[in-house]
Design a protein around this ligand. Sequence first.
Ligand SMILES: [Zn+2]
Length: 105
Amino acid sequence: MHELSLCEAIVDVVEKRTGERPVAGVRARVGPLHHAHPEAFEQSFAPAAAGCVSDSLRAELVLMPVRGRCLTCWETFESSKPIIACPACGARGCHRSAATSSRSS
Ligand SMILES: [Zn+2]
């Protein structure tokens, strides 16, 4: 299950950033290139967090759009799916960025 490894990676980051300090929750911003499914993520998080310092750690998954700029026509755009070509001119050379991060609270 892909989401379990994603959740384990998030728990690992939380543990590295907070050490022995208990954490109540974390918000994970994930781009479309991760292909994360919210239900599978929710089901996978509790097993991934079991045994860590914050074993009651909760997670909120925020699906972020991928942002891009066409390198041919310079159009900027957002998409909830991976971008293959510019939606304005169809060129395949696009600069992409997806906000993928985690924050603890
Ligand atoms: Zn374009």
